[in-house]
Ligand binder design. Structure first.
Ligand code: FAD
Ligand code: MLT
Ligand code: ZN
Length: 482
């Protein structure tokens, strides 16, 4: 397992689970929602990357807000630490216990509460799996404003808690814009109803934003209302090859102007990422097999007019080819080819996972500087045990720099960190663009936030969770809270 967990100490103020606690939880929830089975706990204690592993002896799966509120009220009064968990696809060690925290998993809270076909506002429980929401909306002629590779397992509550970005942010913006309201339970069990469905509501502080992206450190989100865009009829996807990073950048500049309002995704991957996907995922075929290129760009357009959208995309591509920005390319001819293009990009995390251990860095960096970091890292590691891979949401200035190695190795880690954080901070970037801080980066927060800002965050945490029982050791440096 990764090494971050070994540097934090269990806070002795937290109690340990005893038989009376189990009896209480069985009384309020019923035995089947009180999970002590070793196999289920093993899965819930281990994160998606196999990097972080806790040793919780108890997972609770409430059915509704009232049950969840009773759980938190009790844990708070007994000083039992809690880790909120959705689909457990988080990538920064936030969703699994560090020690023996009680896991509160929202998977049973998976009802769709309402959908308004005029406004497009969907209200649902936090445990709804993203892909199920996508399918539900598809039948109604709408889409979710966010999409990501983990859609088959991640839950909307987890998405909102991490303020997940994903593949469509370039078009629909972040969850801070599309989440219109939410309900959350505080550490003491108080239920805070902020489940508005209005586009505009300036009545005082908009406190829902505190819960969007706070990774379960301030409360557990139980319901969400979210603005969903209509499903438009014309979706086109192009998979393109570029010789160098400068061309990818220029292509983005052109795409924003020439595709404008129909641009719905602009993703990139380098040759190392492409090779990993081709090597580790059986179902992937290279759509541009005639050569190996240094960079690949996936562009999606979404609009309402099939013929004019296609014309726009073709004119854009012709211009890009003529000016030498694009060396090769293909436009998906049907929906199965479209999904196969997406599968290449969305499959990168899985390919990396299959390749062995992976050090993941999720950074916002000015687009023109972004790939310099990948190259600097390659030079620095200069070692064939470590494969440095770059991909991400170029349209949003979000680089995923990943270092793949046969196993987690402190020598490799020492070469990557703090170099990667210092580099990012020097360029006024963010050390967490979309994955959050979790356990991995709680202590690194100062690379992206001033000490006054972190102090204010700690004050808010103390106000909302005075005993610090919610997701301890994560997000905020633990020393500030003890
Ligand atoms: P979990 O992993 O269970 O939890 C994540 C964090 O939120 C934890 O800190 C947890 O304590 C907290 N939490 C969970 N539920 C709640 C709740 N109801 N209330 C309060 N706190 C809660 N992220 C992106 O931003 N963009 C991507 O494109 C993207 N792609 C991914 C692709 C893959 C293959 C994988 C494995 C992950 C990807 N991620 C991406 C990471 C991303 O954070 C998660 O996939 C997702 O948003 C987390 O949802 P989850 O339900 O799995 O939450
Ligand atoms: C992605 O964009 O694929 C995700 O954020 C996951 C990752 O960074 O690997
Ligand atoms: Zn991403």
């Amino acid at each position: 397992y990764g090494s971050e967990a070994s540097i934090v100490q269990r806070n002795p103020k937290f109690s340990t689970i005893n038989n009376d606690d189990i009896t209480y939880f069985e009384k309020i929830l019923g035995a089947k929602k009180v999970i002590q089975d070793n196999e289920e706990l093993e899965t819930a204690n281990t994160d998606w990357m196999n990097k972080y592993k806790g040793s919780s002896k108890l997972m609770l799966q409430p059915d509704n807000t009232e049950e969840l509120s009773q759980i938190l009220k009790y844990c708070n009064s007994r000083c039992l630490a809690v880790v909120p968990q959705g689909g457990n696809t988080g990538l920064v060690g936030g969703s699994v216990p560090v020690f023996d925290e009680v896991i509160v998993n929202t998977r049973r809270m998976n009802k769709i509460i309402s959908f308004d076909e005029v406004s497009g506002v969907l209200v649902c429980e936090a445990g709804c799996i993203l892909e199920n929401l996508i399918s539900f909306l598809d039948q109604k002629g709408f889409i979710m404003p966010l999409d990501l590779g983990a859609k088959g397992s991640c839950q909307i509550g987890g998405n909102v808690s991490t303020n997940a970005g994903g593949l469509r942010l370039v078009r629909y913006g972040s969850l801070h814009g599309t989440v219109l309201g939410l309900e959350a339970v505080l550490a003491n069990g108080d239920v805070i109803d902020m489940l508005g469905t209005l586009r505009k509501d300036n009545t005082g502080y908009d406190l829902k934003h505190l819960f969007i992206g706070s990774e379960g450190s301030l409360g557990i989100i139980t319901k969400v209302s979210i603005l969903t865009p209509p499903k438009l009829s014309a979706v086109n996807i192009a998979f393109l090859a570029c010789e160098d990073y400068a061309s990818c950048q220029k292509l983005l500049f052109q795409a924003k102007r020439r595709l404008g309002e129909i641009l719905s995704a602009f993703e990139f991957l380098d040759a190392q990422a492409m090779n990993l996907v081709l090597h580790h995922l059986d179902s992937v075929r290279n759509p541009l097999p005639s050569s190996i290129y240094s960079f690949y760009v996936l562009i999606e357009t979404t609009g309402s007019n099939e013929s004019s959208d296609k014309e726009k995309l073709e004119a854009f591509l012709l211009h890009a080819m003529e000016t030498g920005l694009v060396s090769d390319g293909a436009i998906a001819q049907d929906s199965s080819q479209a999904s196969s293009f997406w599968h290449i990009r969305e499959g990168i995390p899985e390919a990396l996972q299959k390749a062995g251990a992976v050090y993941k860095y999720d950074l916002s960096i000015p687009v023109e500087k972004m790939y310099d970091l990948v190259e600097d890292m390659r030079l620095r590691l200069g070692d064939d045990r470590a494969n440095v891979v770059g991909y991400g949401h170029l349209g949003d200035g979000n680089l995923h720099l990943n270092v793949s190695a046969p196993k987690y190795d402190d020598d490799i880690l020492a070469k990557i960190e703090p170099f990667v954080y210092e580099w990012t901070s020097r360029h006024r970037g963010s050390i967490s663009a979309e994955h959050g801080l979790g356990l991995m980066k709680a202590e690194k927060i100062y690379y992206s936030k001033s000490s006054e800002t972190v102090q204010l965050m700690a004050s808010i945490k103390r106000l909302l969770d005075p005993n610090g029982v919610l997701n301890p050791y994560k997000v905020i440096p633990p020393s500030l809270l003890s």
